[in-house]
Design a protein around this ligand. Structure first.
Ligand SMILES: [Ca+2]
Ligand SMILES: [Ca+2]
Length: 326
């Protein structure tokens, strides 16, 4: 009987060995180049800004501006359970509640190895996380006004570090935005849309690149990937991209939306942040944050369970053996 151990013994004729090697490679964790992973494996009920990501040796910090909420009124806390995504590497720990209120409530983490700029990783930096809207806040009027069309900014990269302020618009390096979807008569559909912008200096409703092809409902579980790519041609040519629900383990493909060129570039990226924003259509749940130099690093495919993997190897080996006998 063929045995899985044959995959790890030397092979004189190598097609079967190569197949085994490929399968073993598929099963290996693909996070070697990850800069940061956070599965929010912290105590339920505690504030995120009191936690430390042990693997990265980095604490989640409370930027000093805008003024952070007092501890007792900080609702950005750890909640029980994971928020995974089909095909994504298995989630660990718990997850993070990101309510609309208090408005402007940030949690920020410095990135190991920073600064990230045009000289590293071909200038690119990627982040991914899972997202779910947990409730919908009804807006009786004003959904069509500029503030609501610009929407909320909830996550992204930043030039600053530590507890430094977050009030300088041009220090953001990509903002993922969320807003209410309206129909042709400016009536709310009850779904939300996602978009991306480089930063919020001079922002208008038209500045953000919104993905108008899809909208999402309360309870939908999404995987978001963003990229900030430093380019050296001009001081306004950096690219910021957003993928919504890409297939884990697959090539990046075309982004769902790409931010418009024009706003001033950000020279260095030093941190990543989440932000509660009262312009969000609802409260959010966040999980499985990854930051890495490539799209593949932040979208690792689910590793098969050992039993499933062994069956897959045996099946492949048996098929190859049968083909060689023909
Ligand atoms: Ca988790
Ligand atoms: Ca540039």
């Amino acid at each position: 009987m063929l045995h899985i151990n044959r995959c790890v013994t030397p092979w004189r004729r190598s097609s079967l060995g190569a197949a085994c090697l490929a399968l073993l490679t598929m099963a290996a964790p693909s996070s070697a180049a990850l800069i940061l992973y956070d599965g929010f494996d912290y105590t339920v009920g505690e504030r995120i800004v009191t936690q430390t990501n042990v693997a990265a040796s980095q604490p989640w910090l409370d930027p000093t501006s805008p003024t952070p909420p007092a501890a007792a009124s900080d609702t950005s806390v750890i909640v029980a359970g994971n928020l995974g995504f089909p095909g994504l590497q298995a989630a660990t720990g718990n997850s993070l509640a990101l309510p609309r209120l208090p408005n402007g409530n940030y949690a920020r983490i410095n990135l190991p190895g920073a600064p990230y700029n045009a000289t590293k990783n071909d200038g690119s930096l990627f982040a991914s996380f899972t997202l779910k809207m947990t409730n919908w806040v009804t807006l009786v009027s004003g959904a069509e006004n500029d503030a609501n069309r610009m929407g909320a900014f909830i996550a992204g990269f930043h030039l600053g570090t530590g507890t430094g302020g977050m009030s300088t618009a041009t220090a953001f390096a990509g903002q993922i935005r969320i807003r209410r979807e309206l129909d042709g008569s400016n009536v709310q559909t009850g779904n939300y849309q996602l978009g991306i912008v480089k930063h919020n200096a001079g922002l208008t409703p038209a500045t953000t690149a919104w993905d108008l092809s899809q909208s999402y409902a309360v309870g939908d579980e999404l995987l978001l990937v963003m990229e900030y790519q430093h380019l050296t041609g001009t001081t306004t040519d950096d690219q910021v991209r957003l993928w919504i629900n890409p297939t884990p383990g697959a090539p990046a493909g075309t982004p769902s939306v790409t931010a418009q060129i024009g706003p001033a570039d950000v020279a260095n990226i030093n941190s990543f942040w989440f932000r509660g924003d009262q312009l969000s259509p609802g409260d959010l749940q966040i999980d499985e944050l990854r930051v890495g130099p490539t799209f593949a690093d932040v979208t690792p495919a689910l590793v098969p369970e050992p039993a499933t993997f062994a069956l897959a190897v045996l099946g492949a080996v048996a098929a190859l053996g049968a083909s060689r006998r023909r």
